[in-house]
Design a protein around this ligand. Structure first.
Ligand code: SF4
Ligand code: SF4
Ligand code: FES
Length: 243
């Protein structure tokens, strides 16, 4: 950590943050992302949705005099006084090469593609690092066990930020493992949606072309009302493979 800033005078409503060791005064209440921009940095890498969905803005931080590192998304985490920031615009992690059309969802598939998952020492560091509060260690355990459906289900909210993989003592690339599980589940395990297939056919046969043209030309207010008053088809909620 860089030198301490004992003599800095904070104005009311300001906090001091450090970017690559350099001190900046920024308004309290800003997210890390906004604080960096306030400090003059242009966020052109490591930034996507700005809303906690894309996983591009991984950040590591440490508060002055604290031992513990913090992990979060720059667009979500609010700055704190004496926060030392390190941005991770990209987490290098090798992804297995596969053709989803050719591999099959066998019990051993995830282990074959990512043998390093067998080295998991159950330290739970990955779970503690996850800004999405996903039970990362649990989905890795499911991957080791060969339960692809469960691995996919537990990891469903993963945004591929890579913070888990940054800290794993076994060098596991959790998010690549779970992405493969979700792909296998989507392609081979879950039942096909007959309604979706039928609708695609109808679209291909131009069944809705006239209706869509009408909507495109419609007045904004009329279309907004139409949208809010639309009837929603009762959904059949299927079992996601969980217990
Ligand atoms: S950080 Fe790595 S070794 Fe530790 S529980 Fe997670 S996957 Fe296992
Ligand atoms: S599982 Fe890993 S990559 Fe996915 S959101 Fe959590 S920390 Fe990020
Ligand atoms: S910019 Fe997309 S999660 Fe932060």
């Amino acid at each position: 950590m860089s030198k301490k800033s004992k003599n800095v005078e904070l104005k009311a409503g300001e906090v001091e943050v450090f970017v690559m060791g350099k001190s900046y005064m920024v308004p309290a209440g800003l997210t890390i992302m906004k604080a960096l921009e306030y400090a003059g940095y242009r966020y052109i890498r490591g930034c996507g949705c700005r809303a906690g969905f894309c996983g591009a803005c991984s950040t590591i931080y440490r508060l002055e005099d604290e031992q513990k590192l913090g992990f979060d998304l720059a667009c979500q985490k609010v700055v704190e006084d004496k926060m030392y920031l390190v941005q991770l615009p990209f987490v290098p992690a090798a992804k297995a090469e596969y053709d989803i059309e050719k591999i099959k969802p066998k019990e051993s598939t995830l282990l074959e593609m990512y043998p390093e998952i067998a080295r998991c020492v159950s330290c739970n560091t990955c779970t503690k690092s996850c800004p999405q509060d996903i039970e990362v260690m649990k989905y890795i355990q499911m991957a080791i066990r060969g339960d692809i459906a469960k691995c996919a289900e537990i990891s469903f909210d993963c945004i591929q930020c890579g913070l888990c993989a940054m800290r794993c003592p076994a060098d596991i690339k959790h998010y690549h493992v779970s992405q493969l599980a979700r792909r296998l589940r989507g392609k081979y395990i879950d039942p096909r949606s007959e309604n979706l297939a039928k609708r695609i056919k109808e679209i291909e046969n131009k069944k809705y072309d006239t209706e869509i043209k009408k909507l495109i030309e419609m007045d904004k207010k009329v279309i907004t009302n139409l949208y809010s008053e639309r009837k929603i088809e009762a959904e059949e909620v299927g079992d996601l493979g969980g217990d």
